[in-house]
Design a protein. Sequence first.
Length: 250
Amino acid sequence: MILNYLYIFFVVFGIVVIIFLILGLPRKKNLRKPSIEGIDDPDVAKAFEKMTNFIPFKILRRRILSELKKYSFTGKLVDLGCGSGNLIVLISKNYPNLDLIGVDISSEVLDLAKKRALENNVNEKIEFKIGSAENLVLPDNSVDIIISSLSLHHWKDPSIVLKEAFRVLKQNGTLLIFDFRRDARKFFYGLLKFATKVVVPKALKNIKEPIGSLEAGYTPTEIKELISKSPFNNEEIEFYIAWMFIKMIK
Ligand SMILES: C[S@@+](CC[C@H](N)C(=O)[O-])C[C@H]1O[C@@H](n2cnc3c(N)ncnc32)[C@H](O)[C@@H]1O
């Protein structure tokens, strides 16, 4: 009995020590290196598609889905930089009443997204549009929710995207952005470098991904400055070890 208590004590103690170690580790202080904007190479698109099936990406999609539960489920949702469509297809299956649009700058990944939607029988519910988040072919005040995951760090000028998002959102419409933060804990950079060696497909390694995306991310200070200069003035930001969630309401 005492041994059982001791065992539980050491396990809990170990977990607490690890959490303190992780949170206490220094953050990287590197200058931003812009990354390539769209995924135009077919091999890179396929490699990226493979990577989005890894567990961290699945956890991220679940996190965004649970955030969406807070909203009303009618109206129009746009996914900016929808990539191969993992998230928007999942949303379509969970919230069939939403009118969905996926926008991406790359035709290669959009082809994969269309295929995914077809395979999941939701192709008639999602409209995929090729184009830039900086120039949305959507009317003013027409969208209820805009989401974007892991795309912000690719945008050439995020301030223009925020203006565009504000323009197309209805009054009280929501913009949800998830992305990496460049000033991640140093151990996260190490972990990602290790994971890159072990599991990341070659086509992505060749373009220095996913480390390139982390290095292209923004810091909390940069994000706050970007939002302060945008038309949005109602925002909540949650910062984590290596990523952040931004919620803005028009
Ligand atoms: C890392 S992928 C993320 C894809 C998807 N959102 C996900 O979470 O799996 C980034 C995507 O953003 C797209 N992208 C980059 N810049 C863009 C822009 N200015 N407008 C629209 N899409 C863009 C890329 O083509 C790519 O598909």
